[in-house]
Design a protein around this ligand. Structure first.
Ligand SMILES: [Zn+2]
Length: 195
């Protein structure tokens, strides 16, 4: 079934646009004083517009999914509330970790942070879409969610290949340290793991 899911996904069969299907709702929990910077950064980036646009065009949900920033746990998808949860601390961790790679030349850590967050949102959206559409997954759901994110980025995001590699930098960094937010059984980008 996973193969069927992939084939349907690649062929675009799943993306039947309908004005009646629900959208993504964005919600910010009130940031603490130390979280203000991340809250402000999020509102200044194109990340939510990109994410909702990709969902509108390629993976519309039957039930509106909420993207909630400021949760205590996560990144995760909560099927009970059909909610993607992203802690502000994850944003600061991502920005801080990627800034270590900023050489002032070829690598843009700000863009890499946007790309990494977008990959995380799409990975969680993969979980949400599987539940929303009641898609049977016989293999590892984490792999399916990763493939979902990679396929969307590679096919529908301008310079998605570069964005995916940028996101991979975060995983490469995390693999060198004790992961704070990622269980590596869950989050893997094959092109990075295999290089
Ligand atoms: Zn996952």
């Amino acid at each position: 079934m996973y193969l069927i899911f992939t084939i349907l996904f690649l062929s675009g069969t799943l993306f039947i646009a309908s004005p009646t299907l629900a959208a993504v709702k964005i919600e910010y929990l009130p940031p603490s004083p130390t979280q203000q910077i991340e809250h402000q950064w999020l509102t200044q980036q194109p990340i939510n517009a990109l994410f909702t646009s990709l969902s509108d065009d390629h993976f519309r949900f039957s039930q509106a999914v909420t993207l909630q920033y400021g949760s205590d746990d996560g990144p995760l998808y909560d099927p009970e509330h059909h909610q993607i949860q992203i802690p502000y601390e994850f944003i600061s961790h991502t920005r801080s970790a990627l800034s270590q790679l900023d050489d002032g030349a070829d690598f843009d850590s700000q863009q890499a942070a946007v790309d990494s967050l977008l990959h995380t949102l799409l990975h969680e959206a993969g979980h949400a879409f599987i539940v929303d559409q009641d898609i049977a997954i016989l293999g590892k759901e984490e792999d399916a969610a990763d493939h979902f994110a990679a396929i969307i980025m590679l096919n529908y995001l301008p310079q998605g290949d570069i964005a995916l590699l940028n996101a991979g930098n975060l995983f490469a960094l995390e693999s060198e340290q004790k992961p704070q937010f990622y269980d590596f059984g869950e989050y893997m980008i094959p092109i990075v793991i295999r290089k």
